[in-house]
Ligand binder design. Structure first.
Ligand code: NAD
Length: 790
């Protein structure tokens, strides 16, 4: 045997990480008192516990206190008591506490990593080199935000007491993503880890004790769905931040509807890993290992769908198989291990079941010829080829080490396949042609896109999804905003519309009878039902009739809005010019609109003219801001730049208020348009003629067909149709409380972003009812990571 043969025959020896410190910590702790409330350790009031065990052996690690509803009450009470002092403390004081947490975590870095690997099963290389350092980076990064608040977020303050619920796949990292921005914003928290992985959160609470976190500022409770639901439904909480499955995310969206709680949801994904034929295949294979086999594929943004260009598919698959054969499956505490066990037998069964079903549906599932350890919940890395786009492995989040492969012929097909999912969390694009990659990235419906890379994260760069991957971002500026409330000028409570009797006094016959239609796809069209609604003047006379829009009309309007490509793809400068032109054409008819306002609402001529002038001014404002509310470039501590791009939300439904019927409508429609959204607007139910009078203004202003659609009718009913429509991406509702609550509850089909006034209007005439707070709701922030260097 020569040296080369000997070299190839060499086997890895075991390289176990020592676990004695972690075992000593486990032995010393009383897990029957594992609830960290008001700075002290409590047993669950009902005395219940749940088991947490080690995925690599199945052995019991601890019996942990299982919080009851009374314990959640106590935790919320502690957070509420601590709030005034904490939120009033200076940014510097809060920054010192965040920094102290980060430094204390650094001192116990190895213990955190070992405990995490023991409890979750993730390879120690990952917990040691990624989870824990990144968690620390979040605390240190957010110390800075605490001091930058006044300068960077004027007029904002912390939302208050926050309930946070996290999953088991990155227990410590998800905790850091949640707690660091909340503390920086001056909020106090009640956090619940997942029931499979309670341990590092307990160690973190010990760190809080030592780092000088004031009592009650951080409360950590343990338990499962029941404890989670008690947090979600608690009236003393002002914001819920949730990371977990889309299924539970929808339950939470429904449960919080109408409560006024701020909500962010970081949910599941089915992210595309797109390899073009000019990609560096060896790098792409390494990227793929990280993309799908990192943490056994139990990663929300796992690149679980490999889309490969036809010409290189065979070569790439061969390389992937060779690489898979070299992945080392074994103990999470062995430093050579690439793939550890899944977190729990239920998760293992789920993954096996999905693979079996995928095979039944035609996928060819391949696994390397490797032995599995004798104990533990292991699953071999699995490659599924011949996967049709409808196959369960292409559509469902497996949350395991399973890669589904499909091929594409050209760029358009790659984008179409990538977007063929209800999720929208992340995507990877591999090509040596950066022009192509940056052409594709904006067209992918995903909150994060990595160019020639994968799974890059940083505290300064927002992370979060589109569509059923949830809403809200974690990290950086956008992440801070999730814990801050902007001061908007509140208007009066909106009462439910009273369906009034038809006005009795008819028109005097002096003018030609005019019945306004609906405005859909750039044309005035009759309502589907062929019914009209009479509109009364302030004196109860008949002012005119408008179309009585129904479900079908909304569907047509949404289709027209979706089909309109000219608006979202127009340059910001182009959109700005059209908005200026709208203002110009409205100003040409200002007198006429003012007269109409007086006739309908009884406003004095002076007040009516003021509302029209302000409407024109607002159009002017958003025309000017269309090309100024831009994204940013982040410089994370990596050889990469991150482009935080502002993209339109998509099709936005708008239910406008009766108060200030022209100004209210324009204050909502103009920012949505400015950012490239297409709009389906339901104008004031009581004064719809102000919107129907706008049809001609729109027609003369070069607005592309379908960019603005207006459907008159009953606001509550049409809001419900918009809420349930799965092709509407965003919905802004200023209506009575019940309509707002229903719109939120009924939005769960596609988890559209709902902004509701919760039954309150705004003071539309105030300068504060315009600007960034509106534009922010009109965009999604997509973070595109572009590495550099050879
Ligand atoms: P899960 O939704 O089952 O549980 C998540 C958390 O919610 C747990 O703490 C659980 O106890 C709690 N919970 C369960 N039912 C609840 C209810 N009815 N009310 C309130 N709380 C409830 O998810 P999981 O299995 O723990 O985690 C896996 C999921 O998390 C995957 O879908 C994954 O994609 C997602 N995830 C998303 C991100 C992201 O940033 N987008 C990050 C990590 C994980």
């Amino acid at each position: 045997m020569n040296i080369l043969d000997r070299y190839h025959a060499m086997e890895y020896g075991p390289a176990p990480e020592a676990r004695n410190e972690a075992d000593a910590w486990l032995a010393a702790r009383d897990f029957g008192k594992a609830l960290f409330i008001d700075g002290g350790w409590k047993a669950a009031s009902g005395g219940k516990t749940f088991d947490t065990s080690e995925p690599s052996s199945g052995k019991l690690l601890a019996k942990v206190s299982d919080a009851s509803a009374a314990d959640i009450d106590a935790a919320v009470a502690a957070a509420t008591k601590a709030l005034p002092k904490w939120s009033a403390s200076s940014g510097y004081q809060r920054a010192k506490v965040l920094y102290a947490i980060g430094r204390a975590m650094q001192r116990h870095q190895r213990l955190f990593a070992v405990l995490e690997s023991i409890d979750n099963g993730k390879p120690i290389r990952e917990s040691r080199d990624i989870d824990v350092p990144l968690a620390i980076r979040h605390f240190i990064h957010h110390a800075g935000w605490a001091q930058a608040l006044d300068k960077d977020f004027p007029g904002h303050k912390g939302v208050g007491v926050v309930g946070q619920i996290i999953p088991w796949n990155f227990p410590l990292l998800m905790l850091a993503w949640k707690i660091a921005p909340a503390l920086a914003a001056g909020c106090t928290v009640v956090l619940k880890p997942a029931e499979f992985t309670p341990l590092t959160a307990i160690l973190f609470a010990e760190i809080c004790e030592r780092a000088g976190v004031p009592k009650g500022v951080v409360n950590i409770v343990q338990g499962g769905p029941e404890a989670g639901a008690a947090i979600v439904n608690h009236p003393g909480i002002q914001k819920i931040a949730f990371t977990g499955s889309s299924e539970v995310g929808k339950i939470i969206r429904k449960a919080t509807a109408g409560s006024g709680k701020k909500l962010s949801l970081e949910l599941g994904g089915k992210s595309a890993f797109i390899v073009f034929e000019d990609a560096d295949l060896d790098s792409a294979v390494e990227g793929l290992v990280d993309g799908i086999w990192f943490n056994q594929g139990q990663v929300c943004c796992a690149g679980s769908r490999l889309l490969v260009q036809e010409g290189i598919a065979e070569a790439l698959i061969a390389k992937v198989k060779t690489r898979m054969s070299r992945l080392r499956v074994g103990s999470p505490l062995d430093k050579n291990t690439d793939i550890g066990p899944l977190v729990d037998p239920t998760q293992l069964d789920r993954v096996k079941g999905l693979v079996a079903e995928g095979a039944k549906q035609g996928a060819v599932c391949w696994q390397p010829d490797a032995a599995l350890p004798a104990t533990g919940y292991y699953h071999l890395p699995t490659l599924a080829t011949g996967v049709s786009p409808a196959n369960i492995l292409a559509q469902e989040e497996v949350f395991g080490p399973v890669l589904a492969t499909m091929t594409f012929r050209n760029t358009e097909e790659a984008i179409e396949l990538a977007n063929n999912t209800r999720y929208g969390l992340a995507a990877s694009v591999w090509s040596e042609n950066v022009n192509l990659a940056l052409h594709v990235a904006p067209q992918l419906k995903a909150g994060v896109v990595w160019v020639n890379g994968t799974n890059m994260f940083d505290a300064a760069c927002g992370f979060g999804g589109y569509r059923e991957s949830g809403f809200g971002r974690e990290g950086g500026r956008e992440g801070m905003l999730e814990y801050l409330a902007a001061k908007l000028p509140l208007g009066p409570v909106i009462k439910p519309a009273v369906v009034s009797a038809q006005p009795v006094e008819q028109a005097d016959g002096a003018t030609i009878d005019r019945t306004a239609k609906l405005f859909i796809g750039g044309k005035q069209v009759r309502p589907d039902g062929n019914y009209s609604l009479a509109v009364a003047t302030a004196n109860g006379k008949l002012a005119g009739e408008v179309g009585f829009g129904n479900r079908k009309d909304i569907r047509d309007a949404v289709s027209a809005a979706r089909a309109c490509k000219g608006w979202p793809e127009a340059t910001a400068y182009n959109r700005s010019q059209v908005l200026y032109y709208l203002a110009e054409n409205l100003s040409g008819r200002a007198g006429e609109f003012a007269t109409r306002l007086t006739e309908l609402t009884g406003a004095t001529p002076k007040a009516a003219r003021e509302e029209v002038d302000q409407s024109i001014e607002r159009l002017f404002l958003y025309a000017g801001l269309a090309d100024k509310f831009e994204g940013r470039v982040h410089q994370p501590p990596a050889r990469a730049v991150t482009l935080a791009l502002h993209e339109p939300v998509g099709v936005v439904g708008i239910v406008a208020p009766d108060a200030s019927p022209l100004l209210g409508l324009i204050s909502l429609v103009a920012p949505a348009l400015a950012m490239g959204n297409t709009v389906v607007a339901v104008p004031s139910e009581r004064y719809p003629l102000l919107a129907t009078d706008l049809y001609q203004v729109i027609e003369y202003s070069d607005v592309p067909a379908g960019a603005i659609n207006i459907v008159t009718g009953r606001s509550a009913e049409l809001a419900g149709v918009l809420a349930k429509h799965d092709d509407v991406d965003g919905l802004w509702v200023f209506a009575d409380a019940e309509t707002c609550a229903k719109a939120e509850a009924e939005s769960i089909g596609n988890l559209k972003r709902v902004w509701s006034g919760n039954g309150r209007g705004l003071d539309w005439a105030s300068d504060e009812a315009a600007g960034d707070a509106f534009l922010r709701r009109a965009v999604e922030v997509k973070n595109v990571w572009v590495p550099y260097g050879d």
